[in-house]
Design a binder for this molecule. Structure first.
Ligand code: ADP
Length: 539
């Protein structure tokens, strides 16, 4: 027997209407590309999203059309999130850190009809414009005065002019909640990038469960500053969540240095930060050097790569901020697990708690997790057995965009990560399955080694890869970027690591470099180093 309740559709336009009714004055603050601070309410934002929706109609945009954006975290991008998806067309966020060939591939694969571009990315789009023939026009996210006078792009429009004379009233269509709402491509470190096509339903459920008290704990008293870009996995769902729960949103634009973020945190009284570990290294360096404590910050969500213990400790002890360690991926909308403050941690010794916080946390409601062996047999949650981490839930991919094949294995998605799960539900990433180092039949976690090394006072960043070894098949070597604050040589790093990892995990060599290669989403790019150094220990 079916229940008797309404089949109200979960739509992105619905969260905007909810925001207007419940928290119309909630602020959205943007540090603009030009350097000024722009500030308006969610009510004003929604009016402009409706003007945009009217303008899109005039451009001939229909339901299911895909519209690309290449833009930073700013208010106009925020309007696009709602104006595009609300009308039933699809918001396709493009990552400007990708190589031009990848951008070209993605725009063509998605068949983007129009591109909305922040000015700094105009040269990149111009460089590929001859090869992206589907695009009918280019809209620059700026006012009339800032429009470029000469550009090779055909049908170039100004965003402010486009929406200026439109009505700020718009009747959102009543879509099926399974309608596609946005599209994001994986960064494609191996092979071509693959598209993940989110629906209104998946987007809303994800934002909803990711903001629960046991997860990100977002409410109308939260002031949230996502450094994580709006061009990658919908900024972890935050643009939707702030409308849903009335949180104030602070968008940093291109100003993401430690100094710029510190100033924005102080002037806007930010309570929640979110981003990948590398941006926090810079923030922590800046605040340490200038003896600043970020007093308003309660929580720093760190994901995308593992959060080092030293970072967890410094945020707690210097800033009284809890490092909320999270894990997920583009295919998961992205959040899957979060290490939120919980009853286990009450009264716990801090050093013991930091150890727990280095794990990626517990599954959030909405995402089931399990580990399996190579044959697909479920492994025990005993904190020691490790295997392929599989996920299932309403925010998780079923198939890649334009693929006829399911991406699932018996109804579960293989994340490509190897992990353990403890008896009380803490998931700990051991490694990406392709990065784990197999030495003499045993496994070494490159992530654990890297995170232990950055605790050394002279180490700014570390990267570990497995390379060929005549006796052990593979052995780890470590690349280190020094921070020039404290003396640091091979001997001192090995000595520092000796009581933190098993003796046979110690790297066979340590190589000092000026910088490490990062991919388009800020992660260490190990492929090139692995290739270049593959015979390093064979000589
Ligand atoms: P995102 O950049 O949003 O993290 P991607 O899809 O580009 O999404 O990357 C997902 C991968 O990043 C995961 O499969 C995992 O290997 C890695 N990752 C994400 N969060 C963490 C974390 N907290 N610790 C370790 N690895 C992580």
């Amino acid at each position: 027997m079916l229940g008797n309740m309404m089949q109200d559709q979960l739509l992105i336009s619905g969260i905007l209407e909810h925001a207007i009714q419940t928290n119309p004055n909630t602020e959205i603050v943007s540090h603009t590309i030009e350097g000024s601070i722009h500030r308006y309410s969610i009510l004003e934002s929604s009016k402009r999203a409706k003007k945009l929706a009217n303008a899109l109609k005039k451009l001939g945009i229909k339901e299911g059309d895909i519209l690309g954006t290449m833009a930073l975290n700013g208010y106009r991008h925020y309007e696009l999130y709602f104006g595009i998806s609300g009308t039933g067309s699809i918001l396709h966020t493009l990552n400007p850190r990708l190589f031009p060939e990848q951008v070209e591939y993605i725009v063509n694969h998605a068949e983007d009809k129009f591109l909305f571009i922040d000015l700094p990315f105009l040269p990149l789009i111009e460089s590929v414009s001859d090869n992206i023939q589907n695009v009918e026009g280019f809209i620059i996210l700026c006012d009339k005065e800032s429009m470029p006078s000469d550009s090779k792009l055909k049908n170039l429009m100004c965003y402010e002019e486009l929406i200026d004379n439109e009505s700020d009233e718009f009747q959102w269509p009543e879509l099926d909640e399974n309608t596609a709402s946005s599209l994001c491509y994986t960064s494609g470190t191996t092979g071509n990038p693959k598209g993940v096509l989110y629906s209104h339903r998946s987007t809303i459920l994800h934002a909803w469960y990711a903001c629960a008290a046991n997860a990100m704990n977002v409410s109308s008293t939260t002031v949230i500053l996502p450094v994580v870009p709006m061009f990658h996995v919908n900024a972890w769902g935050i643009p939707y969540a702030v409308a849903m729960f009335g949180a104030k949103l602070v968008l940093p634009g291109p100003h993401t240095s430690g100094e710029a973020i510190t100033k924005l945190v102080q002037s806007e009284k930010v309570t929640n930060l979110m981003g990948v570990p590398t941006v926090w290294l810079d923030l922590l360096n800046y605040t340490r050097e200038n003896n600043i404590s970020l007093d308003t910050v309660n929580s720093v969500l760190v994901g995308g790569s593992a959060a080092p213990r030293a970072m967890i400790k410094e945020f707690q002890e210097k800033h009284d901020a809890f490092l909320l360690h999270g894990w997920g991926m583009t295919e998961m909308s992205p959040l899957g697990t979060l290490n939120a403050y919980n009853s286990d941690m009450q009264g716990m010794d801090l050093e013991e708690r930091y150890d727990i916080q280095t794990s990626q946390g517990k599954a959030i409601y909405g995402c089931q997790i399990k580990i399996v062996d190579d044959e697909g047999k479920t492994l025990p949650n005993d904190g020691e057995s490790f295997g392929r981490l599989m996920v299932k839930g309403a925010g998780i991919i079923e198939r890649y965009f334009k693929s006829d094949e399911t991406a699932l294995e018996n109804g579960w998605f293989d994340t490509g990560d190897v992990s353990t799960i403890s008896i009380d539900g803490y998931m700990r990433i051991v490694d990406r399955s392709k990065d784990v180092i197999k030495t003499g039949g045993e496994w070494i976690s490159s992530i654990d080694l890297e995170n232990s090394a950055v605790g050394h006072p002279g180490v700014s960043e570390a990267c570990v890869v497995g390379v060929l070894h005549p006796k052990w098949d593979e052995r780890p070597i470590m690349f280190v970027v020094k921070n020039n604050q404290e003396d640091c040589d091979k001997g001192s790093i090995i000595e520092y690591l000796s009581d933190k990892v098993a003796k046979w995990w110690l790297p066979d060599d340590i190589i000092f470099v000026d910088e490490l290669p990062h991919g388009a989403t800020g992660k260490l790019l190990k492929t090139g180093l692995r290739e270049e150094y593959k015979n390093h220990l064979m000589k």
